[in-house]
Design a protein around this ligand. Structure first.
Ligand code: DGP
Length: 114
């Protein structure tokens, strides 16, 4: 989508530090990291939020989880663990209207989140 910041990151218009890319998704470092390791995994297709996931596009979610496991092995956090989280809508804390999964690691993450 023309004025979506994450579409621009995905297509290289806005520079970002990629840790992974394939034909369906990209993962890049969050600009405001909340943990020593904090990347965002996003579909290349513009999907506004998890509320737009249905039978026609739900395979992207499984793909993103597969990519997260790959990244975890590459980063050496497959044994220590990580958090994969999607904020959906205003009360969910979503600030960017392009569905994304936060992948956080390399510190002891607390529960419940604030
Ligand atoms: P959320 O609040 O769940 O919508 O998370 C949005 C995240 O996106 C937030 O952690 C900051 C990050 N972010 C926003 N703009 C940019 C950007 O231009 N570049 C990068 N790398 N991250 C961004």
């Amino acid at each position: 989508m023309a004025d979506c910041i994450f579409c621009k990151i995905a297509n290289g218009e806005i520079p970002s530090q990629f840790v992974y890319e394939d034909d369906k998704c990209v993962a890049f470092r969050d600009i405001e990291p909340q943990a020593p390791f904090h990347v965002l995994i996003i579909p290349k297709e513009h999907i506004v939020s998890a509320m737009e996931i249905d039978e026609t596009n739900s395979s992207i979610v499984g793909h993103i989880f597969t990519v997260a496991a790959k990244i975890a092995r590459e980063e050496g956090i497959d044994k220590t663990g990580f958090r994969l989280v999607n904020n959906c809508g205003k009360d969910g804390g979503q600030t960017v209207g392009h569905m994304h999964f936060h992948m956080l690691a390399k510190r002891n993450l607390q529960w419940p989140p604030g």
